[in-house]
Design a protein around this ligand. Sequence first.
Ligand code: SF4
Length: 239
Amino acid sequence: MDNKSSDTEQKICGRCGTCCIKGGPSLHLEDKELVQTGKIPLSKLVTLRKGEMASDNVSGGIKPLGAELIKIKGRGGSWACRFFDPGAKGCTIYENRPVECAAMQCWDTTGIAAIYDKDRITRKDLIGTVEGLWELVEDHEERCSWDEINRLAEEAVGNDDPRMTKIMEMINYDHSLRNVIVEKGMDKGMLEFLLGRPLASAVESLGMTIVKDGERYRLMKKETEQETCSCGKCSPDGK
Ligand code: SF4
């Protein structure tokens, strides 16, 4: 595919903001200094963990990530970049914008395509030497691996399958760990960088949702959610 425009087409940024509104960039090793110097604080970042479902902006489609990536967080429940000022239609960190943003030219995607999946920065690059913190990330990764969640979700047959319970245990662990970290005094804004998105909401990407079932919470596949009857005449299990 020819990614370049003809001579009569756009060749400069029109500051429409579309690319920033579509989503913030993933960070690369070249961006490490921006984070280390606090120009882009860790609390403004979100980790998409290995195995997590994500859209691939170059090849298209939604698929499990082969490796983790770190993005600038969205705003107001969307992926619109946190550093985009909608009023001024501009980047509030323009002088310190990440390498993907500097390479982005909507009229010619050759530059961004060349770096898109190269030298992506990881949590280990940023906090691998911070004693205590890195061990916590590794422990969470071991107990709440997306690869394992994907396997369990694929093999689970129906909502009463023990593999669904196993995923729910991971979700509960993830939720408890976040509470403990905040209770110990860490900025809540750091959680999505340290542990990725909360599993309780992120499992929606697998077509699952959490429902209250009597006094407890259950994980259910959305297409079979109706197994729980809401008529009020039968038990919470719909039996
Ligand atoms: S960092 Fe700046 S240029 Fe990059 S997506 Fe965000 S607002 Fe746009």
